[in-house]
Design a protein around this ligand. Structure first.
Ligand SMILES: [Fe+2]
Ligand SMILES: [Fe+2]
Length: 275
């Protein structure tokens, strides 16, 4: 593996400025492997600084629509299942950019090297997830870009562009935690369809997403500890400030616990706080 060619924040910016999905994930995985190879030798490569774009580069397709305008399809049909895979591919591509953006945008906040190890690993895994979803779509004669996708997925990044702790609260600890709640239902849809490729891919995603939520919780608590803040009220205040709806039960309490998210973090923010 070649050495990491420049400081990590600039590597992150390169990924953000690459538009094509497969090209973005190939670059992301190449840089992640270079980082991990350097770290395996005991090196601590420089983080540096970067000027990440306000919005990451994206391919011409899919067309991005307001969520209300994205056509809904029945999950029990082949078209419905392709729509699910396409929606997950879109989420994963967004996640690749979210993780590299977090590295690039907050590079001036000093953090232990282990923080970067975690985020590079998460970005690498999101890249794998996008590729897995594209493989599933292509096996069914479709591809990423064949359907419209949700606009506004970058909203959380824009809302927290100047608030590192807010970014950790909203992205891994709310949005990625939501993925833990909904993925088992998705896996059941593909089990009913006996689609082994999609089941395997979604199981990889489900397993690895627990770690991404855990990284969020770990480093959120680290920052609270460093600043002398009480994590639970701090989390509630940041989610209320930056996340524009309530959280939707049912929650996957087991996987959330595994990821370091206790019930008193999310239940007070739920649709109906009473349990
Ligand atoms: Fe993912
Ligand atoms: Fe993730």
């Amino acid at each position: 593996m070649t050495e990491i060619p420049k400081p990590l924040a600039q590597v992150a910016e390169d990924v953000l400025r690459t538009a094509d999905g497969r090209a973005k994930t190939a670059l992301s995985r190449k840089y992640a492997a270079a980082w991990q190879a350097a770290r395996a030798t005991g090196a601590t490569p420089p983080i540096g600084t970067a000027t990440p774009p306000d919005q990451p580069a994206r391919p011409d397709a899919p067309a991005l629509l307001d969520p209300r305008d994205v056509p809904r399809r029945k999950p029990g049909t082949p078209e419905g299942r392709i729509a699910i895979l396409h929606a997950v591919a879109h989420i994963e591509l967004n996640a690749v950019d979210l993780h590299w953006d977090l590295i690039a945008r907050f590079a001036t906040t000093p953090m232990p090297i282990g923080f970067y190890d975690d985020w590079v690993k998460a970005a690498d895994e999101e890249s794998k997830h996008f590729n897995l979803m594209c493989d599933c779509l292509e096996a069914q004669g479709s591809h990423y870009g064949a359907l419209p996708a949700h606009a506004g997925m970058w909203r959380a990044a824009e809302d927290t562009a100047t608030d590192f702790m807010g970014r950790l609260a909203v992205v891994p600890m709310v949005l990625e935690a939501r993925g833990l709640d909904v993925t088992p239902g998705m896996i059941r849809i593909f089990q009913q369809a006996k689609d082994a490729q999609a089941i395997d891919a979604l199981n990889v995603i489900y397993t690895e997403e627990v770690h991404h939520v855990a990284y969020g919780s770990k480093w959120f608590h680290f920052l609270c500890g460093r600043d002398g803040l009480d994590p639970t009220p701090q989390f509630h205040a940041l989610v209320r400030r930056y996340f524009h709806s309530s959280l939707k039960p049912p929650f996957n309490e087991e996987k959330r616990a595994e990821a370091g998210l206790p019930p008193d973090f999310y239940w007070p923010l739920a649709d109906s706080p009473a349990r």
